[in-house]
Design a protein around this ligand. Structure first.
Ligand code: MEV
Length: 321
């Protein structure tokens, strides 16, 4: 649909990129206003490009990884959130609402694995559209549009995923507050082990909401502790001290377990990592599948990778932050 025949692909008018993300501490509690720490993962990127199409063609979205394409004016439901981001971007420019463009998306970020793939794809597309329209979007403009995409995908997002992805910087995040960007000074080795099970953010957030409604006092206390953990982790990272970092990550995992978002597939990898000498291991992102984050002593990286493989990890990645 996009290029046709054996003709060379046309040169893009514009391109946009955005990184993946991980949540180091504070997932779920952040939905209720408690602090969380998130980091961009720059060795996994979403890419968008805009090329000119024949006059009268209109705008076509091509999501290569999902093997779907769709007209912007009548989007495939699977591309609705992306289409909405593109429509909102166009509405902020002087372009007409259905320009003759092909917007192609390719992403290295695994889908539904707690790494912000939907937000990253939307962010890359918004940046490419702005550039193709020769419009000057600030990061705040992009963030507003990508947050709407997150609402479409996840219902009640805290805003942490879109913010860390759009600004592409480690941050301490609290809902409704300005993010605090920082540069971590701890020389750490982080691995990400994929359970192979999709993490359903909406289901996980709803399950936590139901638990909170049934035991508000207890859940509030756990979330408050998670928020304190995130603030202490932020301080340690800024000061360049590992200190209690492993203990704090492990305590966060214990509280995520109580929140009910650490599924057997997460526990299997966490146990394997800890048995093989990891300093800490926890769910990252919404949980109930998705990924497990492992903090390793540098020299243990290969042993840990092997132990995680043996425990059934679908992929083990070394994070470059
Ligand atoms: C998902 O990456 C993080 C959650 O806390 C949801 C959110 O903050 O929107 C589970």
């Amino acid at each position: 649909m996009a290029t046709g025949g054996n003709r060379p692909a046309p040169c893009p008018l514009a391109r946009g990129t955005a990184p993946a993300k991980i949540i180091l501490t504070g997932e779920h509690a952040v939905v209720y206003g408690f602090a969380a720490v998130a980091l961009p993962v720059r060795n996994l990127q979403a890419h968008a490009s805009v090329t000119r199409a024949a006059p009268g063609y209109g705008t076509v979205l091509v999501a290569h990884d999902l093997m779907r394409s769709s007209r912007l004016r009548d989007p495939d439901p699977a591309l609705q959130a992306l289409a909405t981001s593109v429509q909102q971007s166009l509405a902020k420019t002087d372009m007409d609402r259905d320009p003759d463009w092909i917007i192609q998306i390719r992403s290295q970020i695994p889908v539904a694995r707690g790494m912000g793939s939907g937000a990253a794809v939307a962010c890359a597309a918004v940046r490419a559209v702005a550039q193709a329209a020769q419009a000057d979007f600030s990061d705040a403009d992009v963030n507003t549009i990508v947050f709407q995409c997150e609402r479409h995908l996840h219902g009640n997002p805290s805003g942490i995923d879109n913010t860390v992805i759009v600004y592409n910087r480690p941050l301490l995040f609290g809902k409704g507050q300005d993010p605090v960007f920082f540069t971590p000074r701890v020389p750490w080795t982080l691995l990400l082990a994929d359970t192979g099970e999709p993490s359903a953010t909406v289901a996980a957030v709803q399950a936590v909401a139901a638990l909170r409604a049934s035991a508000p006092g207890r859940v509030e206390a756990w979330m408050e502790e998670i928020g304190e953990i995130s603030r202490e982790v932020h301080t340690l990272l800024c000061q360049g001290r590992e200190g209690r970092l492993p203990a704090l990550l492990n305590r966060n995992q214990a509280l995520l377990r109580r929140l009910g978002v650490s599924a057997p597939c997460n526990e299997r990898l966490i146990q394997a990592a800890m048995d093989a000498g990891a300093l800490a291991a926890k769910v990252t992102g919404a949980g109930l599948g998705g990924q497990v984050l492992v903090l390793a002593a540098g020299e243990d990286r290969h042993t840990l990778g092997q132990a995680l493989d043996a425990a059934g990890a679908q992929a083990v990645r070394h994070l470059v932050l």
